[in-house]
Design a binder for this molecule. Structure first.
Ligand code: ZN
Ligand code: ZN
Length: 342
């Protein structure tokens, strides 16, 4: 089968084709696993963190991709949830131990043995992949393949971030960074919290314009003062400046949720601008969001189907994965990017 394979860590300032198209053996489903023919796979910033070595795969080569919509081609022995021909989705959580204190209390996202799809196991930048059926999700009929793919990471982690932000209707929410996840959070808020006001901070004018189109009350640059102080802010950027600037815009008692698996080192000295009275005093809080649970993904898919939330997608062929990744690096983003093999 064809796959876009990551064989090494790359410096994307010099290396523009970090993934290589390879012909690799088609996987076979083991007991409890399903074999999926990949119909669509979302492209996530986390792939850049893997490729650039901030969260490196433990073994190389690996096939990236963790927002996978596929059709079940074969259900392995001892499967009961999926049958051949059905659509199934795979998210970032590829497996967790099921036994530790975190797994037993609904926090499998924090499991020390958490394995990420497309990092710790082969993912969906390929024609086929296998996954344990217990870590796969039925895809609601209301979504096309490419619409469903970004819901599995950008949407699910956005949903978890929003829950951790503790937003209530009538309050104000900031989004700093406006990529695949941010635009889905904005769509959720418009439906779930119709009286909430959403303020978007983004570096590129195209992103700010897109945010206004989707119903943001205001969109400005990262360092601007928002028109009002904000009850909570979700940061989806890979850098530090937006963290400091977001804290400035938080209301007393407000919370900043950092939705990023890693931060880059390049602008870390921006943290020296941190001013205790302006940025942290008055009981401001900061919290990261790590991974997702299966419950996050399943709940969000239900909610997204009920509303329904349809992501804005840009479609690429499997072979165009490198271009899609470089565009994310360069913030050439409008909604979510999705690969469609075959
Ligand atoms: Zn992701
Ligand atoms: Zn565990």
């Amino acid at each position: 089968m064809k796959a876009m394979v990551m064989a090494r860590i790359s410096d994307l300032r010099r290396e523009k084709t970090p993934l290589r198209l390879r012909d690799v053996p088609k996987p076979a489903p083991g007991a409890g696993e399903i074999l999926l023919k990949v119909l669509a796979c979302g492209v996530c910033h986390t792939e850049l963190d893997e490729i650039e070595g901030r969260t490196p795969p433990p073994r190389l080569p690996v096939i990236p991709g963790h927002q996978v919509v596929g059709r079940v081609e074969e259900a392995g022995a001892q499967t009961r949830r999926f049958k051949a021909g059905e659509r199934a989705g795979v998210a970032w959580i590829f497996s967790a131990c099921g036994k530790c204190a975190f797994c037993r209390t609904g926090r499998e996202n924090l499991c020390p043995d958490f394995r990420g799809t497309g990092r710790d196991a082969d993912g969906g930048y390929a024609e086929y992949m296998t996954v344990a059926e217990d870590f796969a999700y039925p895809i609601p009929d209301v979504f096309s393949d490419v619409e469903a793919a970004p819901l599995l990471c950008a949407g699910a982690i956005g949903y978890r971030s929003l829950r951790l932000a503790g937003l209530e209707d009538g309050q104000s929410l900031g989004l700093t960074g406006f990529g695949a996840s941010g635009h889905l959070v904005l769509l959720i808020v418009k439906h779930r919290y119709p009286n909430a006001r959403v303020y978007v901070f983004a570096r590129a004018e195209e992103e700010r314009g897109f945010a206004r189109e989707l119903g943001a009350a205001w969109a400005g640059k990262t360092e601007e003062d928002s028109p009002e102080k904000l009850n909570s802010i979700i940061d989806t950027t890979p850098v530090w400046k937006p963290v400091v600037e977001a804290l400035k815009n938080l209301a007393s008692g407000g919370r900043l949720v950092i939705n990023a698996i890693r931060k880059e080192e390049a602008d870390k000295d921006y943290l020296l601008k941190l001013d205790y009275p302006a940025h942290l005093w008055m009981e401001k809080e900061m919290k990261s969001v790590a991974n997702v649970t299966r419950a996050d993904v399943a709940e969000f898919l239900d909610l997204a189907a009920e509303i329904p939330i349809k992501p804005e997608v840009e479609i690429y062929s499997l072979e165009e994965a490198n271009r899609a990744l470089l565009e994310i690096k360069e913030r050439k983003i409008r909604g979510a990017k999705v690969l469609r093999p075959g």
